[in-house]
Design a protein. Structure first.
Length: 272
């Protein structure tokens, strides 16, 4: 089958996407990019890849639509359960002990690359179960995909999307509807969803925990390092970072400390 893009056009789009998002396309995943571009060319009626490229240079909203289309938004509730076991049994007690001493009664969590919202909702439910009533919870869910964020902000999921939610959480924090489940207000109100491109500083500071799982795998080494260092700047002096099981900071020039728990491995920003 003939390529939709010439090699020159592939380089143009590949570089444009990388420069605006850090997402790295190579010859091995070229077909994914070509498929997404073919759809956008047809939708915008720009007739050719070159004309569509020219449109992207002038239209910031269309560029956002393209970046949305090339992101992968696979997620589910309680994904990688070992992470949430470590979060509940190791991290929350550690942070709570520090916060009581510091008289800091706010737990601040960032779910970066939250897709359709299952991860921040899971975090919120676990915190609700584990934290004393005097602790305030603030969770930020961010993503590059505006379409995914609309689903997250609605807090509504069809029956098949909640199959991994333990029954005690499903009964307590979801309201059953004829065609699915709605997250209850007590969870909805502690999460703020917002558009964010990880290539840039979020402006967030003093985060206690950052979840960024199965996201940096799509970046090259330089973009990964830049994202991780920006995370470091966003976090408190004693805080924790989760990345995906297939991701690692090994060999990266970063100040995070590797932590191995009974349940999983993660990273810590130590007190200076």
């Amino acid at each position: 089958m003939t390529n939709f893009l010439s090699d020159k056009e592939f380089d143009l789009f590949k570089n444009l996407i990388y420069n605006h998002s850090g997402i790295h396309f190579t010859s091995t995943n070229r077909t994914i990019l070509e498929s997404r571009l073919r759809n956008r060319v047809q939708f915008t009626e720009t007739e050719s890849p070159q004309k569509y490229y020219n449109l992207l240079l002038m239209d910031e909203q269309e560029l956002k639509q393209l970046l949305d289309s090339v992101t992968t938004n696979l997620t589910r509730f309680f994904r990688n359960m070992s992470h949430f076991e470590a979060f509940e049994k190791y991290i929350i007690p550690e942070l709570l002990s520090c916060k009581v001493k510091e008289k800091d009664y706010v737990m601040r969590i960032w779910s970066a690359g939250c897709a359709t919202g299952e991860e921040p909702f899971t975090i919120a439910m676990v915190l609700k179960e584990c934290l004393p009533a005097y602790m305030k919870i603030e969770i930020i869910g961010s993503d590059l995909s505006l379409k995914s964020l609309l689903t997250a902000k609605s807090g509504f999921y069809p029956h098949d999307r909640v199959k991994d939610v333990p029954e005690k959480y499903l009964n307590k924090y979801f309201e059953k509807k004829p065609d699915g489940f709605q997250i209850r207000d007590e969870i909805m109100q502690i999460i703020r969803f917002d558009y964010h491109n990880l290539k840039y500083d979020s402006g967030l500071r003093n985060m206690d925990v950052i979840f960024c799982r199965n996201v940096i795998i799509y970046f090259d080494a330089e973009a990964q390092r830049n994202v991780i260092n920006r995370f470091y700047d966003s976090m408190k002096d004693y805080s924790f970072l989760f990345i995906g099981h297939s991701e690692s900071l090994f060999g990266m020039n970063t100040q995070f400390q590797f932590v191995k728990t009974e349940w999983t491995t993660l990273y810590k920003k130590q007190r200076k």
